[in-house]
Design a protein around this ligand. Structure first.
Ligand SMILES: Nc1ncnc2c1ncn2[C@@H]1O[C@H](COP(=O)(O)OP(=O)(O)OP(=O)(O)O)[C@@H](O)[C@H]1O
Ligand SMILES: [Mg+2]
Length: 315
């Protein structure tokens, strides 16, 4: 069972519009509402794989109730933590030429009591869990050390914990030894404060995060694939992809793939890559089912191609 924690979930509203005209009334031709947030995506991916998951979410107001309803409708168990502020609504404007403009709201500020209730709910719901996956940015009111605290509490309870976040929240959590962190190339570059031009640069940066305390680093490198660095070694995984339809949530799908394959070693990396490759071939943030996976297209090697330039280098 995989418990996900999304401290700042959202109600994602997507409007399809012919074209954006600044300062004009734009009439949408279609509208969609989805539960949003990185941990929510991981839960959706775990559920799509046919595995049990519980999504721990602070939820408030009518948007919060709708997030819970939408997740229940998808068969996903929710552990709500009631908060006074309303859950944020994020807006995406999808133009017919494929350009996507997103407006992300800050979300409610959590009081000290609500923060404690969130930690307590995670503790209660993660008894006997295989993994806790903590994903995304922290809402206002939560100190950058909040994830560090969660890692320490998970370990005290004997539960493994995965972290997908960035900036100070990531840096602060490293010293508590999260079992795996999943930065993308940009987040990895930000964490070490250096540009990344090659797979070798990413490898060095991942090794540095291990030096700072992470037990394993699963770095997703967009179209180039993924790197896993842990105490036993380093591996590089990639997969052939026929046509990329949407990379939204591909990283979240990869993390789910890694965790459901026990979250350790090259076999878990292969599962992460298979899930990432399948996710990009599906529309929007649709998560792959086992039928969508093509494990034969995945190659994992201990010979990391250190000289290979990244398709999208991070300046
Ligand atoms: N253009 C692409 N072609 C092939 N595979 C891709 C592509 N983009 C992503 N992938 C696959 O998905 C994985 C995750 O993608 P990426 O590194 O972009 O994650 P991310 O930035 O964390 O995404 P998100 O946070 O939106 O879920 C990649 O490591 C790769 O396996
Ligand atoms: Mg990501």
């Amino acid at each position: 069972m995989i418990v996900t924690v999304t401290p700042n979930p959202s109600l994602d509203r997507t409007y399809e519009v012919p074209a954006l005209d600044h300062g004009e009334v734009v009439r949408a031709t279609g509208e969609r509402v989805d539960p949003g947030g990185k941990g929510v995506n991981v839960s959706r991916a775990v559920a799509a794989a046919g595995r049990r998951t519980v999504a721990v979410l602070p939820l408030g107001g009518a948007p919060g109730a709708l997030v819970a309803d939408l997740l229940h409708a998808q068969g996903i168990e929710v552990a709500p933590v009631p908060v006074a502020g309303a859950t944020r609504s994020n807006i995406a404007l999808a133009e017919s030429d494929g350009v996507l403009t997103k407006i992300n709201a800050p979300g409610p500020e959590l009081s000290a009591e609500e923060q404690e209730a969130l930690l307590e709910t995670v503790r209660r719901r993660s008894r006997g869990a295989d993994w806790i996956a903590c994903c995304g940015s922290l809402p206002r009111g939560l100190a950058p050390s909040w994830y560090a605290d969660l890692v320490a509490r998970a370990h005290a309870a004997g539960v493994r914990i995965a972290l997908d976040t960035s900036g100070p929240a990531l840096t602060a959590a490293l010293r508590e030894g999260p079992d795996v962190v999943k930065p993308n190339a940009e987040e990895l570059a930000g964490a070490v404060g250096r540009p990344l031009a090659t797979v070798g640069d990413a490898l060095k940066a991942a090794e540095e995060l291990r030096g700072l305390g992470a037990r394993a680093v699963l770095a997703s490198l967009g179209a180039d694939g993924q790197l896993l660095v842990d105490g036993a070694g380093a591996w590089f995984g990639s997969a052939r992809v026929r046509a990329v339809r949407s990379n939204v949530g591909a990283g979240d799908s990869s993390l789910a793939g890694f965790l459901i394959a026990d979250g350790t070693g090259p076999d878990a990396l292969a599962s992460a890559v298979a899930h990432g490759a399948a996710a990009v071939q599906l529309p929007g943030s649709v998560m792959p089912t086992p039928d969508d996976l093509d494990p034969a297209a995945v190659v994992v090697t201990a010979e990391v191609p250190v000289d290979r330039p990244l398709t999208e280098p991070v300046p």
